[in-house]
Write a protein that binds this ligand. Sequence first.
Ligand code: DGJ
Length: 534
Amino acid sequence: MKRFTNKLARIICIAVLASLLGTGILGAQEMPELVEKDGRWALMVDGAPFLMLGGQSGNSSTWPAMMPGVWATIEGMGANTLEIPIYWEQVEPEPGRFDFSSIQMLLDGARQHDKRLVILWFATWKNGSNHYMPEWMKKDPKKYPNVTARDGRAIDSPSPHCEAAMKADARAFAEVMKYLRDADPQHTVVMVQVQNEPGSWNSVRDFSSEAERLFRRPVPEALLNEKTLGELGVAVDSRGTWAEVFGERADEYFHAWSVASYIEYVAAAGKAVNPLPMMVNAALRDPLTNPPATHYESGGPTDNVIPVWKVAAPSIDLLSPDIYLSGHAAVLKVLELYARPDNALMVPEASASNSLYLYEVIKNGIGFAPFGVDRAGYMPEDFDTQLCRDYKLLAPLARELARWSFEGKIHSAVEPEDHSDTTIDLGGWEARLTFGPPRRGTPPEGAARPVTGKAMIVKLGDDEFLVTGTDVRFTFAPKGKNEGRPWQYLKVKEGRYENGEFRMTRVLNGDETDWGGPHIGNRPSLLHITLTPR
Ligand code: DGJ
């Protein structure tokens, strides 16, 4: 009898477990979400801050034949997150008939490789064009028109004033989000990008008859508040039509409003069934010269129209810069412009050379990903690039870094373009940084070397720091009440992170600290440093 009851209890248990698993209740994790505190942001995943050390695939990689290479790359890089597109043309090959096999393939692969996903919804806009719209839409340009340029010609960019396309996109996106809700209770997918670099090249806005009608109407009430008008650089009591309120910037602000409003409609439809964090990426404009919109993709979330997007698209949690421009002044300005109290900083695409700014992103942001990492020839076979070395060192402490970033404890610097020394203010201490590979003898006069140096310092306590970098030497000096006093290292430990704890591999002393402070070369290491004034 006892054996029978035990067996019965086991069967009941298994049945309950199976039904819980089936409904997704068991295994369901907390919903990823963006949390703001004192103007800083964390992406919460499984209830704790998460740092995306990511890589974005090429555009045409979401196919069974390509995925083994994609996963091998993500593994080889030491990344924890894959950003990868899904294609509207493939998801809805006929109106109302949906095929989610590509999504399931991504979920299966990510779980097998223990990685997270950011899914990119290539739909109405991909780099300003409609190339990922399903064929049945492409064949019907009357119903799904492109933008009309000022001279009356249609350009290669979908009109944001096409209600039929907007509704079709929203319906498909909602189906995608519903599928994810049911197939991904454990939130392998931590964020969804809605469209890709939306906006229009070659026309500042749509000049179709519908667009003209709207352009002549008063600016929507929602934009007419002190904060938004102030940020857009016009008098806070301005009222009237777009041209009256915004003058020479009216065309591009109108287009940004139109594109953002369309995407809001799509995102809101998805969010209603599955409220994952949602993002829109920007093809940037030069952040330093305020160029006219004819010089960049108009309508997307470029830095000057972030305030328009924030009002028009509240379902979009963050606007993110794709950083292909170069030079410290421009890149650092972009990072500053997108890290806002109302916008979490994330870099969803970057050129390989912009990996130099990894620490600058970690300091104030939630994630970084170079673009096209699986493309032929991008990665060396041994994955021995600077970024891969950085990722491998940092991945075991990604959770800690995300928390420290959220708490404002991270400081960083990138080697100045003239290779000069830099200081970082750490409160009671100043870090003094000298850049370059370890010096053996005097370099030949005038020898040019590339900028490779960078440093990151986490302030763990008043006199306690976790430090890493590339081609950088660290030394310190007391500040504040101890300024000018002699000081010394109490201990410099080299080590790595394991299960949330620093594990020492050796103590650096003697030659490793006495000749101007510890130096880290192009194989980044992690140093735990304690200092004391004397
Ligand atoms: C930016 C786009 O967002 C990507 O999808 C890709 O097309 C790259 N440009 C190409 O460099």
